[in-house]
Each structure stands twice: as C-alpha cells, then as structure tokens.
Design a protein around this ligand. Structure first.
Ligand SMILES: O=C[C@H](O)COP(=O)(O)O
Length: 251
C-alpha cells in the first residue's frame, strides 16, 4: 500500500497586498501555531513580494509564483523565469489559473508547456483546471476538465511534482462554493482519468486540491471526502482565517 498523500494548502494572494500588509501576513504566519508539518503550506504573493516573503517567512512554509514562462531566460519582457525563481528559493508556481486562461488567453497547450518547463527547472507546479458556469450548466464539466488534463499529459513527463487544483470558475471569488460532494465527484473523475492515462501508481499519489471560495467556515466539510487532498485559497488566504484552513484537521 502506498504512503498517504500529504495534504496541501496554497494561498493565492493574486494581485493584492502592500509592503505593510505583506509584513503583517508574514508576521502572523511566523507567530502562529500551524500544522505545517502535516500540511504542505505554500503562499503565492505577487511577484514584487516574492523575495522579501521568502526571506522573512518561516522556512517550513513554501513560497511560489502565480505564473511562469515556458522558456529559459532571454528577450521575454514582463515574463517570469523559472530559473530565476529557483535561484531565489521560490520553489513553487501556479500554472493555468482560470484568470490566466480567461483574461490572458492562455491556451491548454501553453499551460502544458509552462507546466512541463517549470517541472524541468525544478519547480513544484500547482496546475489549475476547471469549468465555467456555462460549461457546468451544459453538463460539460468532466469533458472540459479531461480536455485540460489531456493537454497537460501530452507534455508533462513526470507527475511527481504536480498538484492538480480543481477550481470551478463559477466558484472563484463569488462566495458560491462547490459543495464538497460536487468537488469530490469531479476529483474522483480526475483520479480515474489519471489511473487510465498515467497509471495506477501515479493516480494514487496525485494530489488533487479544491479551490473556489474556500474559507475558515466551510473548509472542514471537505475533509470527509477521500479525493480532496487540500485547497487552493484566494480571498481567505489574505485573512487570519487562512490559519484555520491550514489547521483544518484540528478544528
Ligand atoms: O486561486 C484561488 C482561487 O482562484 C480561489 O479564489 P477564492 O478563494 O477567492 O474564490
């Protein structure tokens, strides 16, 4: 029997924060008793704050970028180099967040290229997938999620450093959370897909986390579901309730 999957909680700060608020968030994370030995905890501040955050936040919390480029360094104005992230001790990145897919028009293929390149450079990648409201309403959730996963699988050679974040777009920042049962249903399909496409062993070890209006009050309900291996938290990650989410097993 394989080792149990380590729970993962990510805090995606998106384009928020100031020097002062970052100091407060980092200070609070450093001072509080957090279950980080059992829960892999990673924060994703905006680029400007990556290095000071890495320097000041406790070492048992990871720091990650929200986006990364799919090529080495060079003439790519405005992009984020995976090599430079690694050089600065930033060991994680998100890819394919729905805001990148929708607002910045990132295709499934580009997300897959970024994911594979980031892994090659040594980053752990939280690869985000999920359907829009229109897609859910036309019963296309699984079709969309499988399309996004297949695009990733066409490029990604090793899945040991990938965490899949299922984030239904209609639940992001809307206060409208997927029910834990809805999340479990999709997570189970993702694991089934992984078993078929990547093999049983990869599927068993693959962490599938849920994102979309997770907060301190609703996080615990997800724990009863076997395929929810953690959370990707947006709005609530900027607030003290993020600590409650990291400590979900003990509330
Ligand atoms: O990356 C995080 C997700 O977009 C969820 O954001 P939210 O918790 O504010 O809904």
């Amino acid at each position: 029997m394989s080792a149990p999957r380590t729970f993962f909680v990510g805090g995606n700060f998106k384009m928020n924060g100031s020097q002062e608020s970052m100091k407060q968030i980092v200070g609070a994370l450093n001072e509080n008793k957090l279950n980080v030995d059992k829960v892999e905890t990673v924060i994703f501040p905006q680029n400007l704050y990556l290095i000071p955050t890495r320097e000041h936040v406790r070492k048992d919390i990871g720091v990650g970028a929200q986006n990364v480029h799919d090529k080495k360094n060079g003439a790519f104005t405005g992009e984020n180099s995976a090599q430079s992230l690694i050089d600065a001790g930033i060991n994680y990145t998100l890819t394919g967040h729905s805001e990148r897919r929708t607002i910045f028009k990132e295709s499934d293929e580009l997300v897959a290229d970024k994911t594979q390149f980031a892994i090659e450079q040594g980053l752990t990648v939280v690869a985000c997938i999920g359907e829009t409201l229109a897609e859910r309403e036309s019963n296309d959730t699984i079709k969309v999620v499988v399309r996004q996963l297949n695009a990733l699988a066409d490029k990604v050679k090793s899945w040991s450093k990938v965490v899949v974040a299922y984030e239904p777009v209609w639940a992001i920042g809307t206060g409208k959370t997927a029910t834990p049962a809805q999340a479990q249903e999709v997570h189970a399909e993702i694991r089934k897909w992984a078993a078929e496409r990547l093999g049983a062993q990869v599927a068993e070890g693959l962490r599938i986390i849920y994102g979309g209006s997770v907060n301190g009050a609703n996080c615990k309900e997800f724990l009863q579901f076997p395929d929810v291996d953690g959370f990707l938290v947006g709005g609530a990650s900027l607030k003290p309730e993020f600590h409650t989410i990291v400590n979900v097993h003990t509330i």
